[in-house]
Design a protein around this ligand. Structure first.
Ligand code: ASP
Length: 321
């Protein structure tokens, strides 16, 4: 035991001078969903601004599938050298309840860098969906049940979570169509291949504004400034409905503290960046306040979210093998 501790201390000492220069090459940011989707959009926006501090490129790598769990598993097993980080959302907290088997443990396999943004979601449908407001939408979904198709990014994604709660609240089952991200799901919604989805404003705001999709409600308790006319699900009578999608940055367990500190500095810088703030506002979101952009806050919040969602998901009755 003592020998092991001494060896770790010696390694840390050896690593210290090397990490004084960190980073000396590009940093890969894994996004566990397809390119062009909401998480990818957040990643690319902050990645560009983080480069100002890191003085190296941040390269986004999209590893979609299984509601984000494939990409998270890849990040957990990456070399803990500061050159692979992960941007993921609330799915980090829901996967442990949704999946009986996971290749990672969110509370043991990662170092925490900080939170990035809290993104509201919107209930949207194809442009020619036969409902002009939420009441008509609800009536149509309830009347047509499995004839209506709902796109999501797989079990463990935010769009899955929103649907799970929505369908259990309205006590109706529809046909679900899973994708590797809501980027490709949005393409099918625009093409009319699927009927509706619940997706983050970072993917839906511009499509709603251009009138290419119909929007019925916001999933968080407050209206979204970028979409002021859109009522909330709570206003529409779904008591207590509140699904927001918090995003955060992680690194594989064992990543040296010097690298984590630099990554946090880059994150904090990105969240203050004018371009990021403008882009996020256009996308119906905003950077988190500084107190959330810390490893300590993220660690505590993740544990609290795992405990919060476990019983809710179990009550809504869904698991994967
Ligand atoms: N975040 C996913 C994506 O970027 C979508 C989701 O979680 O619903 O595609």
């Amino acid at each position: 035991m003592i020998r092991k501790t001494l060896a770790a201390a010696a390694l840390a000492l050896l690593a210290a001078p090397a990490f004084a220069q960190y980073p000396t090459k590009p940093v890969t940011m894994i996004v566990p969903f397809s390119a062009g989707g909401p998480t990818d959009t957040v990643a690319r926006s902050i990645g560009v601004a983080m480069q100002n501090v890191l003085k190296q490129s941040v390269i986004v790598e999209n590893v979609g599938g299984a509601g984000g769990t494939i990409g998270v598993g890849r990040a957990a097993k990456a070399s803990p050298d500061g050159y692979t980080i992960l941007l993921h959302h609330i799915g980090m907290a829901t996967a442990p309840t949704l999946y009986r088997k996971l290749t990672f443990d969110p509370l043991k396999d990662f170092e925490y860098i900080g939170e990035v943004t809290d993104v509201p979601m919107t209930m949207i449908a194809r442009g020619n969906f036969p409902a002009k407001d939420f009441k008509e939408f609800l009536a149509y979904v309830k009347a047509n049940k499995s004839k209506v198709s709902y796109g999501n990014a797989g079990l463990g994604s935010a769009s899955h979570l929103c649907g799970l709660l929505f369908f259990s609240t309205i006590q109706t089952d529809v046909t679900t169509v899973p994708y590797k991200g809501t980027g490709p799901a949005m393409n099918d919604l625009l093409g009319g291949q699927i009927d509706f989805m619940c997706d983050q404003t970072t993917n839906t705001t511009s499509q709603i504004k251009s009138g290419k999709v119909k929007a019925y409600a916001v999933t968080t308790p407050k209206r979204v400034p970028a979409l002021p006319n859109l009522p909330t699900l709570q206003e529409e009578g779904l008591k207590g409905f509140d699904v927001g999608v918090w995003h955060a940055l992680y690194a594989p367990k064992g990543t040296p503290k010097a690298a984590l500190d630099k990554l946090n500095e880059a994150l904090v810088h990105a969240l203050k960046d004018e371009g990021v703030n403008k882009r996020f506002a256009e996308l119906g979101t905003e950077p988190v306040p500084p107190e959330k952009a810390t490893p300590a806050y993220l660690q505590k919040h993740l544990a609290a979210e795992i405990a919060k969602w476990g019983p809710i998901i179990k009550a809504a009755g869904q698991y994967a093998d």
